[in-house]
Design a binder for this molecule. Structure first.
Ligand SMILES: NC(=O)c1ccc[n+]([C@@H]2O[C@H](COP(=O)([O-])OP(=O)(O)OC[C@H]3O[C@@H](n4cnc5c(N)ncnc54)[C@H](OP(=O)(O)O)[C@@H]3O)[C@@H](O)[C@H]2O)c1
Length: 265
């Protein structure tokens, strides 16, 4: 039994999950409890639909699944407050970046723990979630939460959560940075800023949508739009050159992995 679900924190990411569940009709609003001193819009909408906001302490013991979705800086404080109030068999599903499952299990009095690195596209059911849990029961609970929200990848080893953070959790920002840079390049090439913004944004969003719908590999899609000796090839000679995207992304992901390890302690 996955529900009732208690969200400890419902800001950007917790709110995205709540939005996605509503769109997927995954859980009834009445099966959600939200503990957050300043709930975001998605949480407020769920409360209007029947979710409980900041329930009384005695009600927290009804939660079968507890989502730890506060900022990593305050997770210990939240755990210390809520752990004594939860049922012994409640499963903790943590989305806190970098916080180890052994630390979470300890802070939540040895309850079963799953770790997840999600993305905010969960709000439109196109999220990507990397999952790790030491027990099949906790893994199944995380899958029940995240399968309705998009793609799920189960990691064999908790250490790989750092790599998944670099390649997935942090990566939506890489794509937004790419669009910003493409827009800037458009302005440098003479386009009006508004036109450059529209062209960059819409082209990248359209290409990503095609990628999502296609069974072809990215390399094949790239080749399909690259004529030998043409304009695209001229640009790719720079982008895929010695100091181009493959090198840059390897360095960028390695830097994210390093930072994830530092934050995890
Ligand atoms: N955002 C992303 O793209 C993303 C992606 C992957 C993973 N994550 C992870 O998701 C977690 C949440 O990130 P976020 O961006 O959603 O943060 P956020 O927008 O700040 O949301 C956290 C919410 O928790 C509330 N809160 C603070 N202390 C609390 C407590 N003791 N009990 C209950 N609620 C409390 C906050 O209220 P106040 O504002 O009043 O403090 C806020 O509404 C982080 O651990 C992050 O690593 C985020």
């Amino acid at each position: 039994m996955t529900t009732p679900i208690l969200m400890l924190g419902a800001g950007n990411m917790g709110g995205a999950m709540i939005d996605g569940w509503r769109k997927a009709k995954a859980f009834a609003a009445a099966d959600l409890m939200i503990a957050d001193p300043s709930p975001g819009l998605a949480a407020q909408a769920a409360v209007k639909a029947g979710a409980a906001l900041n329930p009384a302490d005695r009600d927290l013991a009804r939660a079968k699944t507890v989502v730890l979705s506060v900022k990593p800086q305050v997770w210990r404080e939240a755990a210390a407050h809520y752990a004594p109030l939860l049922a012994k068999d409640a499963v903790i599903v943590s989305i806190a970046a970098g916080v180890k499952s052994s630390d979470i299990a300890q802070a939540f009095q040895d309850r079963a723990v799953a770790r997840v690195m999600p993305t905010t596209a969960a709000a439109i059911r196109q999220g990507t979630a990397s999952l790790y849990a030491a027990t099949p029961q906790a893994l199944a609970r995380a899958q029940a939460l995240f399968k309705p929200l998009g793609t799920v990848v189960v990691l064999a080893d908790e250490e790989l959560m750092h790599a998944a953070t670099g390649v997935s959790g942090s990566a939506p920002a890489y794509l937004y940075a790419f669009v910003e840079a493409l827009e800037g390049a458009g302005v440098a090439a003479g386009l009006a800023p508004g036109d450059a913004a529209k062209l960059a944004r819409s082209t990248v969003a359209g290409a990503a949508a095609l990628l999502a719908k296609s069974a072809a590999e990215p390399v094949d899609l790239r080749r399909q739009v690259t004529s030998p000796g043409g304009t695209t090839e001229a640009a790719l000679n720079v982008l895929l050159g010695d100091h181009g995207l493959p090198t840059l992304l390897r360095e960028a992901v390695a830097n994210a992995v390093r930072r994830s390890k530092e934050l995890g302690g």
